[in-house]
Design a protein around this ligand. Structure first.
Ligand SMILES: *[C@@H]1O[C@H](CO)[C@@H](O)[C@H](O)[C@H]1NC(C)=O
Ligand SMILES: *[C@@H]1O[C@H](CO)[C@@H](O)[C@H](O)[C@H]1NC(C)=O
Ligand SMILES: *[C@@H]1O[C@H](CO)[C@@H](O)[C@H](O)[C@H]1NC(C)=O
Length: 332
């Protein structure tokens, strides 16, 4: 049952807060996803994250961490790292056994999935904050408050019973608390420093406009693509002059394989109102110089050329026919 305690639990948090104020990530957390297919088959997935950047994987067979960055060990020594790996290995294998042993007692129905998240982040007022949460099937289940396991209301009586049990295992809980409140902040400060060249890099976005599928007769879907920027926080908006267009729809921030980001913002407008709109992009890499792309100009240039070329073509065709017909009459 030890391990249930450690229940380095669950729940995914949207990568530590405060990232807007700092450049780069300000929190570290580990995620555990344990899938139980039936009473004899289960699997763990472990990973470690700086904000939304994954820097650790977990090799279940070897029971060792996978270091995804040259600086993933932060300022920890090989011995410290090996010791932590041992703790996680014992925890993860024990976790599965404990859950399987208690599945019936806690009325867990196969298949089910348990998620855990635990870590720490820099506090905007200085110092660090630590957290630990567990979820069952994506629903928050328990969390950490004042160094104790607290059941989430959504977890019902099962969460209360499990937390009561967890709080009894003082020795194991103490290890978890030490990891979260002591080891994690030390590691976080060290790894933020070790990786700072990469974490604090600034990569400028590219932006371009395109037309989406027509939302309806006489309407246009204007699309503004912003791509390849780092860090993640970005602002992009359709504008008319200095006026933000409230109809702007912001898509999800999508990751590129090179760890930069992509964002699309769209605006559904009447076709005749599209001219004069612009897409404005603000990002820390741009040094206060917003990117501004205008709709309309290239289009109206295109329209003007069409307006000239089409009649010219028609005229040419007519002339050619007329000329050919004249020749054929003459040849008779
Ligand atoms: C348990 O689940 C695994 C993985 O889905 C499957 O391969 C295996 O046959 C299942 N075993 C039983 C006894 O149902
Ligand atoms: C936190 O826990 C300690 C002992 O575990 C207790 O004395 C204290 O009152 C608790 N604080 C709050 C705010 O609940
Ligand atoms: C790593 O750096 C942090 C912050 O500077 C420090 O608190 C910690 O003691 C360092 N750890 C080691 C092993 O040097």
């Amino acid at each position: 049952m030890l391990l249930l305690l450690l229940l380095l639990p669950v729940v995914l948090c949207p990568g530590g807060g405060g990232e807007e104020a700092f450049q780069g990530p300000t929190s570290y957390h580990v995620i555990q996803i344990s899938s139980f297919a039936n009473s004899s088959w289960a699997q763990n997935q472990g990973s470690g994250w700086l904000g939304d950047l994954q820097i650790h994987g977990w090799d279940n067979d070897a029971g060792r961490a996978i270091f995804l960055k040259p600086w993933s060990k932060g300022n920890f020594s090989e011995e410290q790292v090996a010791e932590l790996e041992d703790i996680f290995q014992v925890y993860l294998t024990g976790f599965i056994l404990e859950v399987q042993n208690h599945a019936q007692e806690f009325q867990m129905e196969y298949p089910f999935e348990i998620q855990g998240i635990a870590g720490c982040g820099l506090h905007s007022g200085g110092g660090t904050v630590s957290f630990l949460r567990g979820a069952l099937g994506g629903v928050q289940f328990l969390s950490l408050k004042n160094h104790s396991c607290v059941p989430a209301p959504e977890g019902g009586s099962r969460a209360r019973r499990i937390c009561a049990l967890v709080n009894q295992y003082i020795g194991i809980w103490d290890i978890a608390m030490k990891l979260v409140f002591e080891t994690c902040p030390q590691y976080l400060l060290g790894v933020l420093d070790a990786g700072k060249a990469e974490l604090q890099r600034q990569v400028k976005p590219e932006a371009w406009l395109s037309r989406g599928p027509s939302p309806g007769p006489g309407r246009l879907l204007l699309m503004c693509h912003v791509s390849g920027f780092y860090p993640k926080p970005v602002w992009a908006m359709w504008m008319r002059g200095e006026q933000e267009q409230p109809g702007t729809q912001r898509g999800d921030l999508l990751p590129h394989a090179d760890e930069t980001w992509y964002l699309r913002v769209t605006l559904d407008v009447a076709a005749k109102e599209a001219a004069g709109l612009s897409c404005r992009v603000r990002h820390s890499s741009l040094g206060g110089q917003d990117l501004v792309l205008y709709w309309g100009n290239p289009i109206s240039v295109g329209l003007i050329s069409l307006a000239v070329i089409v009649p010219l073509l028609i005229l040419l065709t007519v002339l050619t026919f007329w000329f050919l017909r004249r020749r054929s009459y003459q040849s008779i």
